[in-house]
Design a protein around this ligand. Structure first.
Ligand code: SME
Length: 169
């Protein structure tokens, strides 16, 4: 496992960065089976490569979202179902992209610096279950308005599907 991400050129396109870190993260999780260790490193990689304001995980525990591994400033620890952007992504089982957090009803402000946000649900689909089970969410905040576009959504959904959901099995 490489100890730094220096080999990833900071000047390549956003698409190329996502493609490269997905390869990097697949390699990383193949060699480590501890959930917290893997989520911690995934949040560190996303923060370092994209310089997002805040990157982290909330995990479903006792029917609440509880703060998990993250990179960034102090964050709220518990979020209820359908509350805030995270609880809405959990409840609706879909990615939520917020261009301006001040316009999202019920947005939970952990930091006044955050202006836009993307939250993706982490889902376990079991053949026995009628409904997919949400295990947690990946939450990314930016200090820039409308920072997240279709490219971010496309590759972050691929990252969740191919790298993050397998960490829970
Ligand atoms: N803004 C989120 C809360 C989590 S912090 O951004 C880290 C929300 O509305 O759910």
């Amino acid at each position: 496992m490489p100890e730094s991400l220096n080999h990833i050129d900071k000047n390549i396109s956003k698409e190329e960065k996502y493609k490269q870190i997905i390869i990097e993260i697949k390699h990383l999780i193949q060699h480590e089976n501890d959930l917290i260790a893997n989520l911690a490193n995934i949040s560190a990689i996303l923060k370092e490569i994209f310089s997002f304001w805040w990157v982290g995980f909330y995990l479903v525990k006792n029917n609440q979202l509880v703060l998990g591994p993250f990179q960034g400033s102090l964050a709220c620890t518990r979020i209820q179902l359908n509350k805030g952007v995270c609880g809405t992504s959990w409840g609706q089982r879909k990615t939520i992209v917020v261009k301006n957090v001040h316009e999202f009803p019920g947005h939970i402000a952990c930091s006044s610096a955050s202006l836009s946000e993307i939250v993706l649900p982490i889902i376990r689909i079991s053949s026995n279950d009628e409904q997919a089970q949400v295990l947690g969410v990946l939450d990314i905040d930016s200090e820039y308005e409308a920072h997240f576009d279709d490219v971010d959504q496309y590759y972050l959904e691929e990252l969740v599907r191919e790298c993050i959901e397998p960490c829970f099995s």
